[in-house]
Design a binder for this molecule. Structure first.
Ligand code: RIB
Ligand code: CA
Length: 313
């Protein structure tokens, strides 16, 4: 079976890191490269963190690229209050020695899609959509070569997590999100309505720790730090584990359920900037442009995570 080709665009972030480890532990996927964007923490840290995760997983062969250092129009908003100053607070970190590629992330995305034509590559987007939008603007021809974009972002019935109406990834760069949602590329969206159903309970974090491997213990330490903020905010036993749902969907699509519908992005209103206007009841008459996932078998999701991360040293 040929592995599915993917590019992971990311702003690590502990949950991004777990998503990358899941991909590395899954032979069904061929990660062509990791492209980094400013988001949870500034770009200098997201590209550093991506290389730390690659070194942790023994994947120093992985091409890692730096992309946009700020959103298309808005000033950068970061989330150190959630992820800590480093973006990967929790475990002991180190200065990575594997190289950061010189090529800009956007150029890598464009070049790779032009080399792998006819829908061979899936874009897995775990942070603000700046790199993806810039690639689509720079090279509109790539749209037809993207198999689909699977992204973590947005929310509807669940509201927002950075403002009452907006989820962080969309809020940071709503103009980029608008470009992507209007691109016509097939979209699969993992919103807060879904990721708030995959919660890192004590028992689940302990399962990573009990693996005893570097990757398992590192994951448990990341999640123990990452969950403290959301536990307080939501009063839940753990924290929503957002980004790994993007990778898990590629591996086990059957554990997810959603609806094809129209999603528009609010880019004008100060109060609702970055809101995903999700037409769940199909009242707008606007054509569907995304698969909006709303349900997941969370036990199956975590069992997949345990199984695959346990394969890493
Ligand atoms: O709102 C959650 C999203 O914002 C996740 O991707 C998290 O890593 C941050 O990027
Ligand atoms: Ca992220």
């Amino acid at each position: 079976m040929t592995a599915r080709k993917i590019i992971i665009d990311t702003d690590p972030g502990q949950d991004d890191a777990v998503a990358i480890l899941l991909a590395f532990g899954s032979p069904e996927l061929e990660v062509l490269g990791i492209t980094c964007v400013a988001g949870n923490v500034p770009l200098a840290k997201t590209q550093r963190n991506a290389r730390i995760i690659c070194e942790l997983a023994g994947r120093t062969d992985m091409p890692v690229f730096a992309g946009a250092s700020r959103p298309m129009v808005r000033p950068l908003v970061t989330a150190e209050h959630v992820h800590g100053k480093s973006g990967l607070n929790g475990p002991e970190l180190w200065d990575p020695t594997m190289p950061l590629r010189k090529e800009h992330a956007v150029d890598f995305i464009v070049k790779t899609l032009r080399l792998n034509r006819d829908g061979a590559v899936t874009l897995c987007v775990l942070g603000p959509l700046t790199n993806i939008a810039l690639a689509l603007i720079k090279a509109p021809d790539i749209a037809e070569h993207i198999h689909e974009i699977v992204l973590m972002g947005g929310g509807s019935f669940e509201g927002g997590n950075i403002t009452p109406m907006a989820e962080f990834n969309i809020y940071v760069d709503p103009h980029a999100a608008k470009v992507v949602f209007q691109s016509g590329v097939p979209l699969v969206v993992m919103p807060l309505d879904l990721t708030h159903k995959t919660i890192t309970t004590r028992k689940r974090v302990a399962r990573f720790k009990d693996m005893g491997s570097k990757a398992g213990v590192f994951t448990a330490e990341m999640l123990s730090f990452f969950e403290r903020f959301d536990q307080e905010k939501y009063g839940s036993e753990g924290a929503p584990l957002h980004d790994p749902n993007v990778i898990a969907y590629l591996l086990k699509p059957g554990i997810y359920a959603g609806r094809e519908l129209n999603i528009e992005i609010e880019t004008e209103s100060a109060l609702c900037l970055g809101a995903t206007v999700v037409d769940w009841w199909r009242v707008s008459g606007r054509a569907p442009n995304a698969m909006f996932m709303r349900d997941v078998d969370d036990d199956a999701f975590f069992e997949l995570l345990f199984e695959r991360i346990a394969t890493l040293k």
